[in-house]
Write a protein of this length. Structure first.
Length: 168
């Protein structure tokens, strides 16, 4: 009778995927150390470990990813080369609501009192933004721009007038 030294979980795991020789181990290490994003760094680390002969189960444990993720990353690299490892999410963001010129105009505008007097509020900033972009936005948009422009979070608030004894 022949006994296997591998555990049942290792026996059910897919065979280790071979790694194409697009880059040397030194080049993989360099890409790992200079990755532009965290996810890209994890991908390069997984490829480096595979190039060093580490089994897929070890790579999954070290990178805190699943064996399926490791297989997919290796397949992605083998099929597409080094360019396929780059973080593809970079260009998924939507453009800002205000252009740089509009942000500068908002910053200048908020340095003086609002046209109706009083103090600037989130609703007043939102109204200005909506007029600039020609559409509805939510209040969080106004607060995000106030934060981005490093404006004070709290403005001096007007205090209510003391009521006379007769009006109580």
């Amino acid at each position: 009778m022949v006994y296997s030294m591998r555990s049942r979980s290792e026996e059910s795991m897919p065979a280790a995927s071979p790694l194409s020789d697009h880059l040397s181990i030194a080049e993989l290490r360099d890409r790992y150390l200079t990755a532009s994003s965290r996810i890209e760094g994890i991908r390069w680390h997984a490829l480096l470990l595979r190039a060093q002969g580490r089994p897929q189960s070890d790579i999954a444990e070290i990178t805190q990813r699943s064996s399926r993720w490791v297989s997919a990353t290796i397949r992605r690299y083998n099929d597409g080369g080094p360019d396929a490892i780059a973080d593809q999410r970079v260009s998924n963001g939507k453009p800002p609501d205000l252009t740089v010129a509009q942000q500068d105009a908002l910053h200048q505008l908020l340095q003086s009192p609002p046209p109706d007097g009083g103090i600037w509020t989130g609703l007043k900033v939102l109204a200005w933004i909506e007029a600039q972009v020609g559409g509805k936005r939510n209040l969080a948009t106004a607060y995000n721009y106030i934060h981005r422009l490093n404006l004070p979070r709290h403005a001096e608030r007007a205090r209510p007038q003391e009521a006379d004894d007769d009006t109580r």
